[in-house]
Design a protein. Sequence first.
Length: 416
Amino acid sequence: MTEVEGRPAALAEPTIHVRKSWMSLLFFANIGLWLGIYAPIQVLLPTQAELLDSANKEFVFSLVTGVGALVSLVANPLIGLLSDRTCSRFGRRHPWTLAGATLGAIGLLVLASAGNVGVMILGWCLVSAGLNGMLATLTSAIPDRVPVDQRAHIGGLVGISQMLGTVLGAVLVTVLVTSLPGGYIACAVIVVLGAIAFVLRTPDATLPAAFRPAAKVREVLASLRISPREHPDFAWAWACHFMVGTGNALGTLFLLFFLRDAVHLEDPDTGLLIMMGLYGVALIGGAVAAGHFSDRSRRRKPFVLAAAAVMALAALILAFWQNWTAALIASPLLGVGYGAYMAVALAILTSVLPAAEDRAKDLGVVNIANSLPQVVAPLVATVLLAQLGGYRALFAASAVATIIAGFLITRVRSVR
């Protein structure tokens, strides 16, 4: 990237396709990031909560992850905003990527030695702040470096990395490293190695001080709010992203209990692994195919609409037919739909960002749409399961949320 029409390279719209080596480094950095988040959430934190307070393990786990989620909501756009205003000779993003990975690793080491709930909360807050900062800068690398006609392909890789990070994290801390402290330490090492490789082997354009956005406290805080009236396409795309995340969370968070209580499967744990395996393979296929064909056609919205329809169909299958056969059919449908959506979503979202000067901050706001469903969905699901129809209502709500997302994307005018 070079200076274009008086604008520095850091703010210019990229036109040169990124190489496979750059894609690979971003891919592995994202795997490390998601492994560092989901291995603790899936295995390590619940185990630690039970060790510290077996009688109240559910409350301890919810408290720790809930406080961490609140930290995430603040850290992601804030660190993104700070990186937008960084004029370091090392670049705008790389210093914060490395700092976020380091802070996250420190938090994981704190968790490895946590002897009470208070220290556990502190450790997870450090992890949430650091890794969400890393997420903000890694995500902003896409509009910084990737041309518009290559973004769906890169978005597909990012979606795959999230799924692989989740699966590999579970394998790491249940099969390869079985001690609780060892699991945290292994996660910390992988997070830092992925960040170091990306920072040392990829370019990051510097921002001259003359182009630094306004830094007055009042203006900085005001910039965290993006006006839907001034930037309607961003608002519609954000709302679509939130609804897809909510629908996916409603459809996946309670699958283990669904298999046990509604399907009455004899071995629900193995059943869930089979479902997630089908989901993961289909997600990879959907992400790769949608990313390829979307970039070739330079169209985005038809793929979102198709993905929303497939995900809604998967949810409705589980709403009407609550048996093991239906579960085996719905799992790959949900996976291929979500993979296709994730590939195209980043291409759309990075095309409707309000300003090049605030890419990381604005993508931090986008990432709130990823985090909020993890808070909202369990609350909604609790009401649906207890009072409004059980699992049929839960999966019907998942379908409705996804259908709404499909409607919302049609309101985006600047993307085809």
